[in-house]
Write a protein that binds this ligand. Sequence first.
Ligand SMILES: Nc1nc2c(c(=O)[nH]1)N[C@H]1C(S)=C(S)[C@@H](COP(=O)(O)O)O[C@H]1N2
Ligand SMILES: [Mo]
Length: 319
Amino acid sequence: MNIIKKPLWQISENEVTSEELFDNRRSFLKLGAAALVANSTVVDLLAKENVPPSNLQYKKDPNKDDLVLNSYEQITSYNNFYEFTTSKEGVKKLAQSMNPNPWSIEIDGLIDKPITVDVQDLIKKYTLEERIYRFRCVEGWSMVVPWIGFSLSKLIKDMNPHSDAKYVRFETRLDKKMFPDQARGSFATIPYPYIEGLRMDEAMSDLTLVSVGLYGKTLENQNGAPLRLVVPWKYGFKSIKSISRISFVKDEPLNTWQKSAPHEYGFYANVNPKVDHPRWSQKRERVLGKLFKQRTQLFNGYQEEVAAFYKDMDLRKNF
Ligand SMILES: Nc1nc2c(c(=O)[nH]1)N[C@H]1C(S)=C(S)[C@@H](COP(=O)(O)O)O[C@H]1N2
Ligand SMILES: [Mo]
């Protein structure tokens, strides 16, 4: 078995957590296949195979729950990004022609000073952190991703929204040259720009991440370069990619999927095994690369952090 394809100089010191295992290459190789399956450190290390060298500085996530990461290959090769294509395997190739640089972001709505900023200038203002999150698509597949980013709450505080700003609305860039499905006009798969939104308390949760990378590296185009949202307790469609506008608004935004299929999608989209989507049972989910399905967790396992937001709401009606 060819265990270490990656030269050791590419493995940064903080990835090496167990000294017995990594003291020298020989003792590492002596461990058989059983140890490889059993030891999550080793599984994580294997998941990092073929990861391009890190180009971001960030604070590591200690991974307290010992989540097993999906591989870089899986996360960057199976994508939903309708602006390119509805084929999950097809996004990666089509996205190569996209250029996320330069990229400006408008921040407007109910704030004193609406601004247009270059994405790199915006990112520079924040300390980046790794966040290892479960990520669940409404279609019934899931993965574990080591995102890099900063908490949206920090940006919101800096913008100092007015008290009547009850929601935050996000838009993906409109650019027919970059996104082939947008160029199809009225024949496009969904209406553009792609729009999503969060209620202010959801947006202010420390879990809600503005992501600029994964596996220590700047986001690939197919994952929503240069900047996307990650809301780990909600279905993946809330995690809007390639954001070009963030607006502070009074009323609940009409998100793209609710607009195109109101009987199938709502605004909240909290992961919930008891509320089925008309086309997909939500009781179980398949982690990418795994043979057997596992049980779906309420709020995707983030109940402790977020259940209080919905204590007075009927989650069946507000799906
Ligand atoms: N602009 C935009 N954002 C989007 C989508 C999209 O089609 N366009 N798809 C959503 C869906 S359905 C999912 S599951 C996630 C997928 O993210 P990933 O490809 O990085 O796994 O992105 C979400 N964000
Ligand atoms: Mo999704």
